[in-house]
Design a protein around this ligand. Structure first.
Ligand code: GLA
Length: 371
């Protein structure tokens, strides 16, 4: 790209396991993808940020003195929210031109919005000559998602988008907001990412509703035991306390507590190369998200079931918020092509339209290149 000063990228992500527990203080196990948002940026000496996209028509010009008025802009709200909050946090925000090129499919559950937010902040920092901490970028991006996009999200997506590392997954402790890298090694298995292509709707409101239910569970349990978040509760202790909770609230909490345990087991399994255990945990996670957390829906269930029934597949689950989006599957390398073909056919027979398979590597989070 001619005439731009920097090329900045931030990644989309998969979550290997640990779903809907980041906002309950749990540990999650995401990895950054080579599908990413790229921002080409140059200072323009004005008090405006001029946005354009390679994949969307039109331009939007943001007034640096008026960032709060863009909340209803379908696409520009992410950049506006990030610039506003980055500035509020005491950072310099300069007028600049930004060209966005996003290869994370929108609405795929692979965190296109986090990739856009994180790369926008990294670009603003580069133009201002700052080299900020990636954790601060992630926390500001999360705030933008909450305050501008209206999703009361956890920290997982923005953190993975910023801190991901090529060929590594992260064990992210969402209570302390710290991480550890684990080599992403699957032995003879490959990870296949498939989008169920369900049209997205109401994801935000259902997501926020789940979050409220976990808060309700915490509030009740805190009257009886000393915990600061649901993730503090061990599986055995939860079993003793479950009778204190009712219906759906009990189910949601049960998912959270068990999923936290699965993350620990899954990370240990990956470290020792025990793919069969990892696969089994993926299947258990999907079942729990379907039956207890109720965030899968018939499309993701059809896709996961088609995958799980293939002889080369040792585990499959939805990844991300759910209600649509993608599954990830662990598939023996010799069976990958057959798997893709069979699952695609089975899925189409079950729901009446095609799924989409992505080719992606595990990649770095933020990258900054001076042009
Ligand atoms: C979305 C949110 C994350 C996390 C997942 C579910 O991706 O942005 O914070 O809660 O859903 O695990």
């Amino acid at each position: 790209m001619n005439n731009y000063t920097y090329k900045i990228t931030a990644a989309g992500r998969i979550n290997i396991i640990g779903e809907h527990i980041d906002y309950c203080g749990g540990k999650v196990f995401p990895a950054a993808l080579s599908l990413c948002n790229t921002v080409y940026v140059r200072p323009n000496g004005t008090n405006r940020i001029n946005l354009s996209w390679t994949t969307l028509p039109g331009n939007v010009s943001l007034d640096l003195d008026n960032f709060e008025s863009y909340k209803n802009e379908t696409h520009a709200k992410f950049q506006a929210g990030c610039a506003y909050l980055w500035n509020q946090a005491g950072h310099k925000v300069l007028g600049c031109d930004m060209l966005m090129d996003c290869t994370v499919p929108f609405g795929s559950g692979l965190s296109s919005s986090a990739a856009i937010e994180v790369s926008t902040i990294a670009a603003l920092a580069a133009v201002a000559g700052e080299r900020p901490d990636k954790k601060e970028i992630a926390l500001t991006a999360q705030k933008a998602e909450r305050e501008y996009a209206g999703v009361n999200c956890g920290i997982m997506d923005q953190y993975a988008s910023a801190n991901g590392k090529k060929n590594h997954a992260l064990i992210l402790d969402c209570k302390s907001v710290t991480h550890e890298y684990v080599p992403f090694e699957l032995g003879d298995y490959r990870l296949v990412i498939i989008n169920c292509n369900k049209p997205h709707n109401l994801v935000e409101s259902k997501y926020n509703e789940r979050r409220k239910e976990t808060e309700k569970a915490l509030e009740i349990l805190q009257k009886h035991c000393e915990i600061s978040c649901l993730a503090d509760l061990a599986v055995e202790e939860f079993k003793r306390r479950k009778h204190l909770l009712n219906g759906k609230v009990a189910d949601r909490a049960e998912h959270v507590v068990n999923e936290c345990r699965r993350v620990t087991l899954a990370a240990e399994a990956m470290k020792r190369g025990d793919m069969l255990t990892l696969g089994r945990l993926l299947n258990e996670s999907h079942k729990s998200l379907k039956e207890l957390y109720e965030v899968t829906g018939k499309e993701l269930d059809a896709l996961a079931e088609a995958a799980q029934s293939h002889p080369s597949c040792i585990g499959s689950r939805m990844t991300g918020a759910g209600f649509g989006g993608c599954t990830i599957s662990l598939v023996h390398k010799d069976g990958v092509e057959h798997f893709k073909k069979t699952v695609s056919e089975k899925y189409k027979n079950a729901v009446g339209y095609d799924c989409k398979i992505y080719d992606a590597e595990i990649a770095d989070g933020i990258t900054v290149t001076k042009l």
